[in-house]
Structures are given as C-alpha cells and as structure tokens.
Unconditional design. Sequence first.
Length: 129
Amino acid sequence: MSAALNLTPENRQIPTVLLVEDEVLVRMMLADQLREAGCTVVEAPDADQALLILRQNLVRIDIVISDIRMPGSMDGLGLARLIRSECPDLKIILMSAHHTSLEGPDYDAFFPKPYNGPAIIRKVKSYFE
C-alpha cells in the first residue's frame, strides 16, 4: 500500500515541506520518500539556512521537519521555538537519535531516529485531510 498523499486539486494543494537535516544521506532519503508521497520538498542543512528560506518567503512552506541536533547557531528545538513565535500556524515535526520521546509546545510531532518514513508521511498526510 502506498503512502501517497492522494491530494485532489479541487480541495488540496500539494504540501511543501522544509526538511532541515545536517546528515546528507538521511536528508536525501527522507526527501525522496516525501517527494514520492506527493510533497514538494525544500532542503536545508541547518537551522540558519532554514530560517533564511522561511524569511525570504519565496516558497510557501506548510510543514517544517527538522533534526534536533545540528551544527550552526541553533539546534532544532531553538528553530522550532523561533518558528512557532513567528509563524504559529506552521506545522513542525522534530526528529532525533538522542531522544526516544519528546513533548513540548513548540512543535506538533516528534519521531525518534532512525526515522520511520511511512509514519512521518502519515503524519504529514494527517495535516491535509
């Protein structure tokens, strides 16, 4: 069974995901899975690049999926806090190999690594049903 989003043009737009992950292979694999599921994916290697993409406002971003531990000026939790303060309606999914569970007000979902692609796609799909 495919995890495709099956969005119909009359009632749904293709969701655009900003994927923030410093590990290139992990980012490429998840980006490919999201694209196969029908998403448009914009990739960023760290929080600084992600904020630049969001603030340039050249692409409508519907969901941010971010690793927690990354190089740069802030980690994924800091990125989520900043995004939540500036764009409170933007959906945020966090991932980490260093936590098995995590709850907080600054994001909508958490997935431990190694990530489960189909589970993440189901969560993304749930935001557009």
